[in-house]
Design a protein around this ligand. Structure first.
Ligand code: FAD
Ligand code: SAM
Length: 672
């Protein structure tokens, strides 16, 4: 795998000057000026973009900034401080949230970042959450949330020339403002290119501005050619000049990058109905209320998290592969986000989880070959590394005597408690209303949006999101989505003197968790196409046999007691390619017509979707790790904000992906 494919991310190599200034050895340039770094950032980027005035006059409730080169995050952090001052001084301003997107090819290590930022105590309120969520060096978007300040940071690791074109662009553009940073053009000529200037221009919203510390003639001319009106301004301190500019509105145009993808809500209303009650609905409710939506949740059960999200302990680790392809990236980035999400949520409402690590065991040759392949991706060891038999036992604190992959950031969490905690946090925002015992029978379009039919009433909401797992297939609009059910029973086992020593979650064909409240979870069975949720004696036995098959001849396994009925049964809602279905719901009947000549057609853009109807389902066996970031993605999409996945992953998440692939290949669809 080559770096040029933008998959492996290398850290910045830093030299520290005598004044403790960070200097890049690769670029032979400083990250910031020791004495004046902060003031220079404010002068060049914040004042250069006239942000104070623009925030005051802002006609939307969020503002979106992009930057080339995150470096030490100084520009981001000082922008956070200024934005915080703005919201404090102007509590009734329309603008309430800040979205900051930064692209970084060589991220600093966390240690270097911490060292570099020590000199700015005035930014400590923002440095702490940044450091707590700062990602390891893996490709893609790392979404970091500073909820207390209504600030979101999307940190894209990879070369900006490759990552920026992978972002989905709305018709109206993505960014209100650009900070063009990235070492002196003479030190980094590859980045300061016509190609970059053009990509930046294409990503701009109407009236977007740009500022850069350089006054280099080729930069000015390049930005003018790309569509900006540029002017020189006095540079900071001893620097003679710098550049500022504005997007010429006639140049803004969107490129169609994501063929299966349809943007945003087609209404200004912020009244949304979510149908569900599990982890998907919980994460989405919170993501939407944070954005000012008024959410009504309809759940058919008497309690929340009575479906698949109702277990006591679920495992958390990424699904990886040799290529670190779209699927691997999707799971790795979602997993890292989920970890941060859990930690932040726990500060609000404590619930049971333990991220002390997870071992995936080499229990037979096929499993071993599969696990060895993961190592070919050369991902950071802090994400995944191989352990010997002895190391496995040391980490597990139990006699297993097998090789394993160790995910030191993995672990388990209590899904039911987590769902309840998320809903509590969402309710705390004062914009969520939960209606239990409300089974949605059907829905149809009416003048004001979507009319929802329950047995005792009908209600209309302008926006509708389905998070109804397998039950989604009961709605005529969803019947053709390729979902399949897999029943699973988890066995709750009482702890004993031996297994209570287990320190980390063990995964094999199933999983075994460390003790929590005197119990462990041993699971889970996987019965394809079975929808029955009754308890099964046989499946208790199956769970133990699965463990005994994978960890052989161990007394502690034999001693496990499962001849009781303490268990939980849920139905997984799975997809063939392991990607969930997330986004606007594609219209099946219209898709068939639109793509009837797809075999011959070259341009297959503009796929047909329902207006204001969205879905988040198909979370399979891994929803606990993916739901938090998917909910952010969907809420961002509904609200036309930058999305935390690149286009290849967005395409892979669309409900129409299989239909369109079949139609392009001339294959028959299931429902004619
Ligand atoms: P659900 O939690 O099933 O929620 C669907 C909700 O929709 C329910 O509340 C239901 O009442 C509601 N609903 C449905 N139809 C209607 C309607 N018509 N009207 C109103 N409401 C409706 N994931 C992991 O990451 N790690 C694990 O270790 C793990 N272990 C698992 C073990 C088992 C046995 C099972 C079953 C799943 C496991 N999973 C695990 C997967 C994970 O639990 C699921 O991916 C996740 O819970 C799915 O969440 P959801 O919100 O999509 O669905
Ligand atoms: N804005 C930063 C801050 O506030 O600390 C300082 C940025 S530093 C001067 C320049 C950054 O640009 C470095 O971190 C460097 O790794 C990054 N960079 C250089 N070329 C890049 C590229 N092609 N794509 C993304 N980042 C790049």
């Amino acid at each position: 795998m080559s770096e040029s494919k933008n998959k492996l991310i290398n850290h910045a190599q830093i030299n520290w000057s005598d004044q403790s200034e960070p200097i890049s050895t690769l670029f032979d340039d400083v990250y910031f000026n020791t004495e004046q770094g902060l003031n220079e950032s404010v002068y060049v980027f914040i004042q250069g973009n006239n942000l104070e005035q623009r925030w005051l006059n802002c006609e939307t409730e969020y503002f979106s900034i992009a930057e080339t080169g995150f470096g030490t995050g100084l520009n981001f952090l000082i922008t956070c401080l200024q934005f915080h001052h703005f919201t404090e001084q102007h509590p009734s301003a329309l603008l309430a949230r800040l979205h900051f997107t930064s692209f970084e090819k060589y991220p600093l290590t966390k240690v270097d970042l911490e060292t570099a930022l020590q000199r700015w105590p005035q930014l400590s309120d923002f440095i702490a959450p940044l450091l707590a969520q700062y990602p390891m060096a893996i490709t893609g978007c790392h979404r970091i949330t500073l909820d207390k300040f209504n600030i979101t940071l999307d940190l894209w690791f990879g070369d900006v020339l490759e990552t920026l074109p992978s972002l989905y662009l709305y018709d109206s553009g993505l960014f209100d403002c650009w900070y063009l940073d990235g070492f002196a053009p003479s030190k980094n000529p590859e980045m300061w290119s016509e190609q970059l200037f053009k990509q930046i221009a294409e990503s701009c919203k109407k009236g977007a501005s740009i500022a850069t510390f350089t006054a280099a003639g080729f930069v000015r001319r390049g930005l003018v050619d790309a569509g900006f009106t540029m002017q020189k301004r006095k540079g900071y301190g001893k620097k003679r000049e710098m550049l500022i500019g504005q997007m010429r509105t006639d140049i803004c145009k969107k490129q169609l990058y994501a063929e299966h993808f349809r943007q945003t809500a087609q209404t200004n209303s912020k009244d949304v109905a979510i149908v569900g009650g599990g982890i998907a609905s919980a994460c989405l409710s919170l993501a939407l209320v944070k954005r000012g939506y008024k959410v009504t949740l309809y759940c058919k059960d008497a309690n929340l998290a009575d479906g698949a999200s109702g277990n006591r302990q679920g495992a958390l680790y990424p699904l990886l592969n040799a290529e670190h392809d779209s699927l691997g990236q999707f799971f790795a980035n979602s997993f890292l986000y989920a970890r941060n999400y859990v930690a932040l949520l726990n500060q609000f409402t404590p619930f049971d989880f333990d991220f002390s690590g997870l071992l995936q065991l080499y229990y037979d040759q096929t499993a071993g070959t599969k696990l060895d392949k993961i190592l070919q991706a050369q991902l950071p060891k802090e994400l995944v590394k191989k352990l010997s038999n002895k190391q496995t036992d040391q980490i597990a604190q139990l006699n297993i005597d097998q090789q394993s992959l160790f995910y030191e950031l993995g672990g388990w969490l209590n899904p039911k408690q987590m769902v309840q905690a998320i809903f509590k946090k969402a309710q705390n925002e004062g914009k969520l209303s939960i209606k239990l015992n409300k089974q949605l029978d059907s829905f149809s379009e009416d003048y004001n949006g979507w009319k929802l039919q329950f047995s005792d009433q009908s209600v209309t909401h302008p926006l509708l999101v389905l998070t109804t797992a397998m039950n989604s297939l009961e709605f005529k609009q969803c019947k053709a989505i390729p979902l399949s059910a897999a029943r699973g029973q988890v066995t709750y086992i009482p702890t004993n003197e031996t297994i209570k020593k287990l320190k980390v979650t063990l995964c094999h064909e199933g999983y075994l968790t460390p003790v929590n409240k005197h119990m462990h979870c041993m699971g889970a069975t996987f019965k394809r196409h079975e929808l029955d949720t009754g308890f099964s004696v046989q499946e208790q036995i199956d769970n133990k046999q699965k463990l005994a098959k994978c960890i052989t001849n161990k007394e502690w396994v034999e001693q496990i007691e499962c001849s009781h009925q303490d268990a939980n049964v849920g139905i997984r809602c799975t997809t063939r390619d392991h990607f969930p279905y997330v986004g606007a719901l594609a219209n099946y009947e219209e898709t068939k017509i639109h793509y009837r000549n797809a075999q011959k057609r070259e341009n297959t853009n503009n796929a047909p979707f329902y207006n204001n109807l969205f879905i988040l389902t198909g979370l399979g066996s891994r929803g606990l790790r993916t739901a938090p970031l998917l909910a952010e993605m969907l809420a961002s999409q509904v609200n036309s904000e930058p999305l935390p996945f690149p286009n290849d992953i967005l395409n892979a998440l669309q409900t129409n992906r299989q239909w369109i692939n079949y139609l392009k290949k001339g294959k028959k669809l299931k429902f004619e």
